[in-house]
Design a protein around this ligand. Structure first.
Ligand code: SF4
Length: 350
């Protein structure tokens, strides 16, 4: 094996930390041998913390209405072909009822930045879920909000918040987002979420337009320094109603390689094998688990709206992606040596 590559890989395993230039070298020069080596070590570390358990989250897509216009997103405001919807409180609660009986102990409310969902409305919904299901965690993924707003949601009982940073490079960020969105604000939101006490998740797309290896190396360094409790990464998949439709999809193998690297950076991290990974390639999700991921987020949204929450084309909405198919998902995990558990699935700090 390339001596330098092996040395960098070993340093990552021992310290969970590399210089940006080392991450860059690792990505650019990766080969089968180092990929297998890091994968094996990542799985070993994951098993030391979480055994062979896989945590599940019930994903409820509460609204596809969004005031933003991120260039990669299928539900961006300027997509006039997108049929918009938002779920009413009772519909969200019914999803939770169904999810609870299926064994879910975390509900993830995800949506665009829809002004309808004021702090007041969200506080009421979070309160009702927590009252009805005190043994469940509530995760929010509702975009950028003010510190005061995040505080109200946290005080209402929300446990976790997912906000992908998208890229840790300002110049790259500006190529993916319209002028009125800012890299600084995204980072400020993440900092605020962590400070408030949320289990905080960041994340990025692999293979997004204009992304360089240097950008990815900066993403890894950011994860190392920010030390999020969760990190969602998936391959970029183009959507036909965006100007990024001409770009090719991100690479599944590279995504899986980065999952192993992230597990080695932070062995306790909650790391999903994302829907995008499962959508990009059949068996992609299982591959992600085998590379060090430990979370899966099946869809609990009402069937009538699933097709409408299309962030990218060909998103999986049925089969093992569907919460109702949990038995199949359990079997597919069992077949690769893992076990889905009924558990809130909080981070286990060592
Ligand atoms: S990525 Fe999120 S914030 Fe951006 S347009 Fe899509 S739903 Fe809105």
């Amino acid at each position: 094996m390339n001596e330098k590559l092996l040395k960098i890989g070993q340093k990552l395993i021992d310290l969970g930390s590399l210089e940006i230039a080392e991450y860059e070298y690792l990505i650019d020069n990766r080969n089968e041998e180092i990929t297998e080596f890091l994968k094996k070590e990542a799985v070993k570390k994951r098993k030391e913390v979480y055994g062979n358990t896989v945590f599940i989250r019930g994903l409820i897509e509460i609204s596809n209405i969004c005031k933003n216009d991120c260039l990669y997103c299928g539900i961006r405001a300027s997509n006039k072909d997108c049929e918009r919807y938002r779920l009413a409180k009772d519909e969200i609660l019914s999803c939770c009822d169904e999810g609870y009986s299926l064994g879910f102990r975390t509900f993830v409310m995800q949506g665009g930045e829809d002004g309808y969902f004021t702090d007041e409305i969200l506080v009421e919904i979070i309160g009702e879920i927590k009252k009805k299901y005190p043994d469940c965690a509530v995760t929010l993924s509702l975009g950028e909000r003010s510190y005061a707003s995040y505080k109200k949601l946290f005080d209402a009982g929300a446990d976790r918040y997912l906000l992908r940073h998208e890229t840790a490079d300002k110049e790259h960020y500006n190529k993916l987002h319209p002028n009125k969105m800012s890299y600084e604000n995204r980072m400020e939101c993440l900092k605020n979420l962590k400070e408030l006490g949320f289990q905080t998740g960041c994340g990025f797309m692999v293979g997004s337009p204009y992304q360089t290896t240097h950008n990815l190396a900066k993403d890894l360094k950011f994860i190392e320094e920010f030390s999020p409790e969760m990190c969602g990464i998936g391959p970029f998949i183009p959507h036909k109603a965006t100007e990024f439709k001409i770009y090719k999809a991100g690479d599944v193998e590279l995504t899986c390689f980065l999952l192993s690297v992230i597990r080695l950076i932070k062995p306790t991290i909650l790391l999903p094998a994302t829907t995008a990974l499962g959508s990009a390639e059949q068996g992609g999700r299982e591959k992600g688990i085998l590379c060090g991921a430990n979370v899966i987020m099946p869809n609990l949204s009402p069937h009538s709206v699933r097709k409408k929450y299309e962030l990218y084309n060909n998103k999986l909405i049925s089969g093992n992606e569907s919460a109702q198919e949990i038995e199949n998902l359990k079997n597919s995990m069992k077949n690769i040596g893992y076990e889905i558990v009924t558990d809130r699935g909080d981070i286990k700090e060592k």
